[in-house]
Design a protein around this ligand. Structure first.
Ligand code: UD2
Length: 373
């Protein structure tokens, strides 16, 4: 394979840096563009930053700097984003500037510099679905909207059948489920996805949007209390605190190893079979948030009881896990990491890490804005 010049925005981050390592191993030339957001990188440049990559300390809100960064690259992985469902609900302008305008800037930079890449791979998110797909044993399949506030106030967490009011059974969510964003973050990801795909169609540039589910793995920020629930739980446990679980902890997600996400990223770059598409990237297996916290505690050998708050975080959905047959068929993607093995790798990494637990402050900030009830 011919070596390519590759730009990764958000390249110092969790997904960006792992992707960079894999690309460098394949002999590609990698340029990382990252603003080293203090919320994620509390100690500045991370020690894992690959030495063989070029590093540009830059912000996607800076069109001039970005225009230099896109020059002459063959492939762009656009991962830079403000990431946090709850936080996005009170930092609306910031999230929109970084995610929506930042993406617009990349596309503008490509046009302004006449530097057309052969591929753009964009980090989208499962959050754009809102609630996942469901079925009622009596009334059939549903794609329900957000749960009613009255029901959440009564701590009735399950999504109810719109016809008979009985709890629905969650099903794997596929790409054709109508999108129903329930947070500003989700809305910004939907906008990023549509903007990039539309740009690709207009200018004949292959674009792939990957809808990542809940990613976990080494290098996930241990100081960011707003996202990365596995790392948040780890940080709580390592500081002797109970993981805080919203609702009753039985909400289900799809936890996918960062190594499987890297597999999907590379396949999307190398193959043309997913061009112009938006595809799920998950493990295909549902797991409750409670199980994640329990499993992590067990693997760390720390026995601290979970704090089941019985509170609801604005913007959260109940259940969503991935149907992965579309990406498997198109790209041959096959998740290789089971949660249990993946957790063990994380725990080994954690033994050399310091975790700053800012979760209490983060919850207080949500409280101030009436976003936890
Ligand atoms: C991931 C993504 C994020 C976004 C989100 C989609 C990463 C690093 N981040 O965030 O970009 O796509 O998924 O929803 O992959 N919860 C608790 N206690 C906590 C924190 C969270 O109970 O301290 C619950 C939360 O209420 C929700 C569930 O855990 O029910 C998952 O949280 P999330 O959706 O914010 O997922 P997260 O943080 O992995």
């Amino acid at each position: 394979m011919k070596a390519k010049k590759i730009l990764i925005t958000g390249g110092a981050g969790f997904v960006g840096s792992h992707t960079a390592d894999a690309l460098l191993r394949q002999g590609h030339e990698v340029r990382l563009y990252d603003n080293l957001s203090p919320q994620v990188h509390s100690s500045g440049i991370p020690e894992y930053l690959p030495k063989d990559a070029e590093f540009i300390h830059g912000d996607v809100r800076d069109l001039a700097q970005l225009s230099e960064a896109v020059r002459g690259v063959d492939v762009i992985f656009h991962f830079a984003a403000a990431v946090g469902v709850g936080q996005s609900m009170y930092r609306i302008a910031d999230y929109t500037a970084v995610n929506n305008q930042g993406t617009a800037n990349i596309l503008q930079a490509i046009l302004d510099k006449h530097s057309y890449p052969e591929k753009i791979v964009l980090a989208s998110s499962m959050s754009i679905y809102g609630e996942g797909q469901y079925s009622c044993s009596r009334c059939g399949d549903f794609e329900p909207g957000p749960r009613a506030l009255e029901q959440l106030k009564e701590k009735q967490w399950e999504t109810l059948c719109p016809e008979c009011d009985e709890p629905l059974v969650p099903l794997p969510t596929s790409e054709d489920k109508p999108l129903q964003c329930t947070s500003i973050y989700a809305l910004s990801k939907k906008d990023q996805e549509e903007m990039a795909l539309l740009f690709g169609r207009t200018y004949g540039i292959p674009v792939v949007a990957l809808r990542y589910f809940n990613i976990y793995g080494t290098r996930q920020s241990l100081s960011n209390p707003y996202t990365g629930v596995a790392a948040i739980f780890a940080s709580r446990l390592m500081n002797g605190n109970s993981p805080l679980l919203f609702e009753d902890g039985f909400q289900m997600r799809d936890f996918v190893s960062v190594h499987d996400v890297v597999q999907a990223n590379l396949l999307a770059m190398e193959s043309s079979a997913a061009d112009g598409k938006a595809l799920n990237v998950g493990s295909g297996k549902p797991v409750t948030i409670r199980d994640v916290a329990t499993e992590l505690g067990r693997a760390l050998g720390i026995s601290i009881p979970l704090d089941i708050t019985g509170k609801y975080r604005a913007g959260d959905i109940r259940h969503c896990f991935a149907e992965i047959s579309a990406i498997s068929t198109a790209l041959g993607y096959m998740p290789r990491f089971q949660l249990k093995d993946g957790m063990e790798e994380v725990v080994e990494w954690l033994s050399s890490q310091k975790a700053n637990d800012y979760v209490q402050e983060a919850v207080e900030r949500l409280n101030v804005h009436g976003l936890v009830a």
